[in-house]
Design a protein around this ligand. Structure first.
Ligand SMILES: Nc1ncnc2c1ncn2[C@@H]1O[C@H](COP(=O)(O)OP(=O)(O)OP(=O)(O)O)[C@@H](O)[C@H]1O
Ligand SMILES: [Zn+2]
Length: 521
């Protein structure tokens, strides 16, 4: 069971994890090239730890020459508006300083990866007609003490030379994490780097036309010192685009590409909730590649549709061998998701179901919300869990046992149930409470008079509540399938025959189904 929104949650979680100090140390090997490693290994072999030459210590500052303007950035009108305001400061600093106004020195763009933060910074430089110097926070953080701070100095030195200019620091959280919050207390190297950054921010005169833009996916872990007035005192959210934003981004990225006459970008925008600008740009590119592969002279709608699914679920792996038993199992499993989804009132419509392996999944069911949504009700989340568990229920009811194919569904269902209880206050027992991730602290909503809450007791209650939600959702899914076994069989056998079915084909297959009327639970 795959839904784009969940994929993005997962990616986000991976990203959050990646900025965890333990993991970022583990991922260091990926940041160094093979050459770097050979060099380090050789030095270590010789009994010496590497001494970086002056050249190696230097910052690799990227200068950007392509001119990008606000026309290239879509889907974030508010952010663009705020940046346009800043543009005035950069272009005419004197106007402001003459009146005694303090000119902002920096702005922090924050939002999920791929939403166009870098692009916005470049557009700001493009609109102002000034050079764009960029470095990523992770490049400051080196294994060797002192290197990061010296790179920061280099960057600002270059900035002063090139002024007026824009200095862009991507992934600022890599340096700007709260001091003393690393694993086992402080991290000297990073703190030195951060201190240097603070010194530089305080040191330059905004009237001289240096403007610093930083980007991050996480403001929660930033050192408050960075956000103080005179540093990154303006913060701008850059979020995932809504329907209109997606349409405009698609227009930007198809501007110079030959499109078939029947191409309907609006339909595509509707099919891609949760997609970021980077996803949309990827998608158009994938579609172009697919079209070339098929020997077409323009991109057609089916290329775009295939590209959407690739982004959501990974490329189809037609070559991956699946024996007859696995195929049958997959067909019934997916049919279970489909059937439950089609019979529930709060479920999103099915866009497509397939038993052609894609990415990691043996088969997949794609649902698609009718419209963009910001909030979800308890019944909607609960129905979602039922759909997720529908795969397992179908396996059990058909084969009298279940397979490892349910793993991903269970992970998602459990996570949703946990969120219902710990984050959304949807548990009857615990009530309107938000619990911290570690479940140790109760933040709010509890009646103080009841006294301190024992954390073990909370763990126990959470477990019990998660089970309660999952069990009752599973029961419901089983119930739906049990009373519609003929339909399950029909979907599964048709899938085995045709491998893929879209929403319209499914409705045709089953005729008009009555929506499940009795309320949940
Ligand atoms: N709002 C947007 N409008 C148009 N194109 C976009 C937009 N957002 C992203 N893109 C496309 O995706 C590419 C990557 O986006 P960008 O690197 O700016 O995202 P980001 O937010 O800086 O991501 P990260 O946090 O991963 O660094 C851009 O070069 C552009 O092609
Ligand atoms: Zn499944």
């Amino acid at each position: 069971m795959i839904n784009s929104r969940f994929i993005f949650k997962r990616i986000k979680r991976m990203v959050l994890k990646a900025s965890d100090p333990v993991l970022s140390i583990a991922s260091l090997p990926m940041l160094l090239s093979i050459g770097d490693w050979l060099y380090i290994m050789k030095k270590i072999e010789n009994g010496k730890l590497p001494n970086l030459s002056n050249d190696e210590k230097k910052a690799k500052i990227r200068k950007h020459t392509n001119i990008i303007t606000f026309k290239d950035v879509e889907g974030n009108d508010e952010a663009k508006l705020e940046l346009k305001e800043i543009l005035a400061f950069i272009k005419h600093p004197k106007k402001f300083s003459d009146l005694g106004a303090r000119i902002p020195k920096g702005v922090l763009l924050y939002g999920p990866p791929g939403t166009g933060k870098t692009l916005m910074a470049k557009a700001l430089a493009g609109e102002a007609g000034v050079p764009f110097l960029s470095m990523s926070g992770s490049e400051f953080v080196e294994m060797y003490v002192g290197v990061g701070a010296s790179r920061v100095r280099d960057l600002f030195k270059e900035g002063r030379k090139k002024a007026p200019c824009i200095i862009f620091i991507d992934e600022i959280d890599a340096v700007g994490r709260q001091r003393g919050a690393g694993v086992g207390g402080g991290n000297d190297e990073r703190e030195q780097t951060l201190n240097q950054l603070l010194v530089e921010m305080d040191g330059f005169d905004a009237n001289k036309g240096i403007f610093v833009v930083a980007a991050t996916n996480r403001t929660d872990i930033l050192d408050p010192a960075l956000l103080r007035p005179g540093r990154f005192d303006r913060r701008i959210v850059v979020d995932r685009p809504d329907l209109r934003g997606r349409l405009n981004i698609l227009k930007v990225h198809t501007r110079r590409k030959p499109l078939a006459n029947e191409m309907d970008l609006e339909v595509l925008a509707r099919r891609t909730p949760g997609f970021t600008g980077a996803d949309l740009s990827n998608m158009v590119n994938e579609a172009a590649i697919l079209a070339v592969r098929k020997g077409k002279i323009c991109i057609e709608m089916d290329d775009m549709e295939e590209a959407v699914e690739r982004i959501v679920a990974g490329p189809e792996r037609k070559g991956r061998f699946m024996n007859a038993r696995d195929k049958k199992l997959t067909a019934y499993h997916e049919a279970g998701h489909v059937l439950v989804a089609m019979l529930l009132r709060h479920a999103d419509p099915i866009h497509r179901v397939s038993i052609i392996p894609r990415g990691q999944a043996g088969g997949y069911t794609l649902t698609l919300p009718k419209e963009d949504r910001c909030y979800f009700t308890r019944s909607e989340i609960f129905d979602r869990i039922k759909i997720l568990l529908g795969g397992r229920a179908a396996e059990f009811l058909t084969f009298k046992e279940t397979s490892t194919g349910v793993q991903n569904d269970l992970i998602q269902a459990t996570e949703l149930a946990r969120k219902m209880i710990c984050e959304y206050g949807m548990s009857d027992t615990l009530g309107p409470v938000a619990l911290s991730r570690s479940q140790e602290q109760v933040f709010l909503g509890r009646d103080i008079a009841r006294g301190p809450i024992n954390s073990q007791e909370i763990d126990y209650t959470i477990d019990k509540e998660i089970h309660h939600i999952l069990d009752s959702a599973y029961e419901k899914a089983e119930e739906i399938i049990t009373s519609n076994l003929d339909k399950l069989r029909l979907i599964a056998t048709t899938l085995l025959e045709r491998e893929k079915l879209d929403g319209a084909e499914l409705s045709q297959l089953l005729g008009r189904l009555d929506t499940d009327d009795d309320e949940n639970e």
